[in-house]
Design a protein around this ligand. Sequence first.
Ligand SMILES: *Cc1c(COP(=O)(O)O)cnc(C)c1O
Length: 342
Amino acid sequence: MHHALRLRLDSAALQNNWRWLQRVAGVAAGAAVKADGYGLGAREVTRRLGAAGCRDFFVSTWAEAAALGPMPEAATLSVLHGVGPDDLKTALASNARPVLNTAAQVARWKAAAPGRACDVMVDTGMNRLGLRGEELHLLDGLTIDTLMSHLACADEDHAMNAVQQGRFAAVAATVSAKRYSLANSAGICLGADYAFDLVRPGLALYGGVPRGEAEGHIAQVAFPEAEVIQRRTVKASETIGYGATWTATADTEAAIVNIGYADGYLRCFAGSGSGSVAGAVLPLIGRVSMDLVALDANAAPQLAEGEWVTMDYALPAASDASGLSQYELLTGLSPRFERRWT
Ligand SMILES: *Cc1c(COP(=O)(O)O)cnc(C)c1O
């Protein structure tokens, strides 16, 4: 089956990003593979990171855990949203560990699976999920594998980082667990005090640059590539696309390519997005349609029907261009892409 849109995925870049994060952290590095591996494909990501040596994987829900299928040898899976009222049956039949987030979840797990290992999330300032300081006594009697917390502001130089680190160190000194874990991708860049026993990168595995410290070390993993459907000449004073928002000031060679907002290439790229072919940059002209965009192909005189354009999607630059976060740029990539690992 021919697909006119594909996501080229670089296995070596994924694995090297993980290795860099582990080296910087100086402790075990897991991988957040929720949201289908941030849109790249959780199964494929998990297999490749497992081959690189990753042993700790994180998804959000039991449905995601089930979709992941068999885990790599010796690897374990944690379900970040824990065990809700309708999750018990699935959780008890699964090898994955719930991350218990609330007093209700702790009580539910104690009653249903006494002595069985779990993970626990404690809140150190995020106020999203996690037990509060005054609830920690509820953890007595649990067999905790990984006790974790989550940083709210790690991608910024924010006073909250040190506050959360201090609170988490205090919790780790009083609550017994096999391992302690605080840092996401950005948290890893904050230094050794944030590493504890296990770090949990997501974004940076997939080519996101969470902080300046990671610049030059994290490589792009996902490359959207779209096929040219037509090359056409737009005459001076003619317009392109919906809203007629772009007018040719001179005769312009346009490449109409097979990607649009239904693929997750959103309208906010109008005016700032671009594609590349053989080193030539092709600026996006006019609006992004559902399934099409037009690129100024003056710089690519040979580009013709059936050839491929790589959309510029280095995450920090694409985030600046679109106003979308690096996370959204990845998780928004639709199932219409044929995902091709190299
Ligand atoms: C998603 C998530 C991570 C990974 O965060 P990144 O910013 O993508 O590195 C780590 N821990 C928890 C609890 C998460 O929800």
